[in-house]
Structures are given as structure tokens and as C-alpha cells.
Design a protein around this ligand. Structure first.
Ligand SMILES: Cc1cc2nc3c(=O)[nH]c(=O)nc-3n(C[C@H](O)[C@H](O)[C@H](O)COP(=O)(O)OP(=O)(O)OC[C@H]3O[C@@H](n4cnc5c(N)ncnc54)[C@H](O)[C@@H]3O)c2cc1C
Length: 387
């Protein structure tokens, strides 16, 4: 997408470029390039997050008084685009983009003072405890019990698919505090210290070859009532607010654009006879152009402190399908050599995009139409909200 930049935005873009050329090291770039799962591990995202925080650029969506940048939506788009083009690591979203906005809107002053500075400094690394073995798409079926005992809740049960729980020292979780009435009306939103006695984390290895997700078990874990966000049994409201950020507050198109560029580098030259590949590439380019406009437009209406609304589902669905389609085109273009795994790469410099194996990324991208609410669930939400 070619955009006319105002002189002010050109100056801003220049500032971002200078920051990137000074601070983005090759180690960080290669760390991101080698990340085939959703998010880089904390040894890659952590140092980058620290640099952004020092510069005051870590939490564009937060109000300025809590560390927000005060950028316009378009400046945020410029920032994300430049970061993607330069190959900067993705920031781990659980603290800055998910629980942060929930605390800002629904947390007490004491909770904000306790948790927000530690998200910014990176002292706390958060994970999301929503899904359970029998509660994924049907999240309201969740059963992790939190029984009140004096000034504590006592937790028993388990969570599953918890991304980076093995790194996290904090979890925000949905727990069942009542079985009366509608299922949604018995859920509370808790902040949990992962080092508490009775918390156990077990790895799940995925087809992409990564250890990204986990099971988390709770055996009589005592969580202070002061770590509940908002009202008891009103957690469903806060979760819906958070999910809008999970689905619609990221900026996906610049990263999809760089992925498409990497695929372009492995396409056979035009005139080599495989016109279908070039047609598919053209179609994807056009789809991505349309997605960029949609994303830019919806972002323009996302002021700090507001949530994305139902368009979040459209963005999540389109971004995840594009991600998979681009990966699939890369595989087709590489043909048999596309079946190579990283470790078997015969290339001397596996950090060069054209030399990278696309298989782990392709396998991992299956997850994009599942996490954050499966594609079918997004379609249902879209149908409801636009009916
Ligand atoms: C890589 C990865 C990371 C994840 N990270 C986290 C995390 O950090 N924290 C967390 O809490 N969760 C996480 N999840 C879990 C994720 O949110 C769930 O997997 C997702 O909500 C789907 O739930 P499920 O796996 O139980 O599948 P199910 O709900 O059993 O769905 C199975 C299939 O049935 C379809 N289906 C279900 N209901 C309907 C319906 N009503 N109409 C039409 N089709 C339907 C689904 O679309 C899907 O195709 C992660 C998942 C993955 C894959």
C-alpha cells in the first residue's frame, strides 16, 4: 500500500528508522527470523521490549499517563510497518496488549500500580489461562474451580494450550466462582502468581516442532481475593473486552507483507512456465492490499482506551487465512525442496530468507485459524454482529 505521508509523518518515520538502525541488532533480527511459532521466546522479545520501553514506545495503546505514546493510529501503523520491514522481534502481547488494557479499564488503582509498571519493565511475563480441555470454542463451559476461603480463592482444575506458560511468572485466568444461573455469569477474572505452591506446567509439543504451548494444573492453589479484577462472577465481560484486543488490536499486514516478500524470493522467474504460481501470487498480493486498507481503516478508529469492536473478528479471520495462504504458496513454489526442515538445510546461510526452510512456519500457521477463537467461531460472531 503506497500512502501519502504528511511532513509530520515523514519526520516520524525517519525517527523510527533511525531508532531501528541504531538499536536493532543482527542477533535480534535473526532471532525473529528463526521464530516459526507465533511469538519469539523471551530471550529474543525481552531485550527488544526493554529497548522500546526505554524509548517510551512499548505501549502505544495505553493512555499517556501510564506510558502510552500518544501516537495517532496512523503513526502506530507506520511504526509497525517499519519494525516489520526491518525484521524487529514481535513484542510478547500477553502483558502489553491483553491484560494491560483490561487492568487499565477494570482494575483498581492498587492493581494498576502493582502490575502495570512490571509489565513495562518486563519483570512480569504473562500467560493467558482461558482454554480448558473441555472449554475452547465453548469457553463458557470452563470448570477451573475457585472456591472462596476467607481472603483467598482456592483453585483446582486445569488449563490447556497456554502459550509460554513455561516462561511466565504470571497468568491472567478465567475461573469458575459460581454454578448458579447462566454459565457466563459464574466466571471471574483472576491474576495468578505462577510460583504459588500447587501450580504445575507440562509441555505440549506441536507439529511445527516447537514447545510453545502447555497444560497448566492447579492443585489447591491459594490466590488472594485482592488479585481478582472487577466484580466476582463478572469475568465474562472483561474476557470479551480482552478478546477484542487479542483479535483486532494487533497490526498484521506489515508482517504478512514481509512474509509474502520472502515467498516472492523463491518464486520461479516469470516465463519459466509456471504461470499458475504467478497468478496465485498476484491474487494474494491483491488480497493483502485489501486487508491493509481494512486494517488501516479500523485502526484509525482505535483511540487509546477504546476497544476494536466486532471488526476484530473480520481482521483475525482474514489475517489468519492470508498467513496460511502465503505459507502454502511458498511451499508450492519450493516444490520438493520445500520439504526440508531447518536442521537439514543444505544452505550455508540459513538466515537469508531465500534459504530458510518454510516447513516449520507452514506447520505452525495451521494454528492461526484456531487460537484466539477458531475461524468458524469468528464467522459466527461476524454473522451475529452484522445481521
Ligand atoms: C498454538 C495455540 C496457542 C494457543 N494459546 C492459548 C493461550 O495462550 N491461552 C488460551 O487460553 N488458549 C490458547 N489456545 C487455545 C485456543 O483458544 C483454542 O484451541 C480454541 O479456542 C479452539 O478450542 P478447542 O481447541 O477446544 O477446539 P474446539 O472448540 O473443540 O473446536 C474444534 C473444531 O470445531 C469447530 N467448532 C467448535 N464450535 C463450533 C461452532 N459452534 N460452530 C462451528 N464450528 C465449531 C471449531 O471451529 C474447530 O474447528 C491456543 C491454541 C493454539 C492452537
Amino acid at each position: 500500500m503506497d500512502l501519502e505521508l504528511s511532513p509530520e509523518d515523514q519526520k516520524f518515520r525517519q525517527e523510527v528508522r533511525e531508532f531501528l538502525s541504531t538499536h536493532l541488532t543482527d542477533t535480534l533480527r535473526v532471532g525473529q527470523l528463526r521464530t516459526t511459532a507465533m511469538y519469539p521466546d523471551p530471550d529474543v522479545s525481552g531485550p527488544w521490549q526493554h529497548l522500546l520501553n526505554q524509548r517510551g514506545w512499548l505501549v502505544p495503546l495505553w493512555p499517556v499517563e501510564w506510558g502510552g505514546t500518544g501516537w495517532t493510529a496512523f503513526q502506530r501503523f507506520i511504526f509497525e510497518t517499519e519494525c516489520a520491514l526491518a525484521g524487529a522481534p514481535l513484542v510478547h502481547p500477553m502483558g502489553v496488549r491483553l491484560v494491560g488494557p483490561v487492568l487499565l479499564k477494570f482494575g483498581t488503582d492498587a492493581q494498576k500500580r502493582e502490575h502495570l509498571p512490571r509489565i513495562l519493565s518486563g519483570q512480569d511475563y504473562w500467560c493467558q489461562g482461558f482454554s480448558e480441555p473441555n472449554a475452547g470454542s465453548d469457553l463458557a463451559a470452563l470448570q477451573l474451580r475457585a472456591d472462596r476461603d476467607g481472603e483467598d480463592y482456592v483453585l483446582n482444575g486445569s488449563k490447556i494450550w497456554t502459550t509460554h506458560a513455561h516462561f511466565a511468572n504470571r497468568m491472567f485466568a478465567l475461573v469458575r466462582t459460581s454454578n448458579a444461573g447462566r454459565r457466563q455469569d459464574g466466571i471471574s477474572f483472576l491474576l495468578i502468581d505462577m510460583s504459588l505452591p500447587g501450580v504445575g506446567v507440562r509441555p505440549i509439543h506441536t507439529i511445527g516442532g516447537d514447545h510453545d504451548v502447555n497444560e497448566v494444573h492447579f492443585d489447591n492453589v491459594r490466590v488472594p481475593v485482592s488479585q481478582r479484577v472487577g466484580e466476582e462472577n463478572a469475568g465474562w465481560e472483561y474476557a470479551k473486552y480482552l478478546l477484542e484486543f487479542e483479535r483486532g488490536a494487533g497490526i498484521f499486514s506489515p508482517r504478512l507483507r514481509s512474509q509474502l516478500k520472502r515467498v516472492a524470493s523463491v518464486l520461479p522467474s516469470t516465463g519459466s512456465g509456471d504461470g499458475l504460481l504467478h497468478k496465485a501470487f498476484g491474487d494474494l498480493n491483491a488480497d493483502l492490499d485489501a486487508f491493509e486498507w481494512l486494517e488501516a481503516r479500523s485502526m484509525a478508529s482505535l483511540a487509546p482506551g477504546s476497544s476494536p469492536g466486532p471488526v476484530a473478528s473480520v481482521l483475525k479471520l482474514r489475517a489468519s487465512r492470508l498467513k496460511q495462504a502465503i505459507g502454502a504458496l511458498g511451499q508450492r513454489a519450493l516444490g520438493r525442496s520445500g520439504l526440508r526442515w531447518h536442521s537439514e538445510s543444505p544452505f550455508s546461510d540459513a538466515t537469508q530468507p531465500q534459504n530458510m526452510s518454510l516447513v516449520p512456519e507452514y506447520c505452525n500457521s495451521r494454528a492461526f485459524t484456531i487460537f484466539g477463537g477458531a475461524a468458524e467461531i469468528q464467522l459466527g460472531l461476524i454473522a451475529k454482529s452484522y445481521a
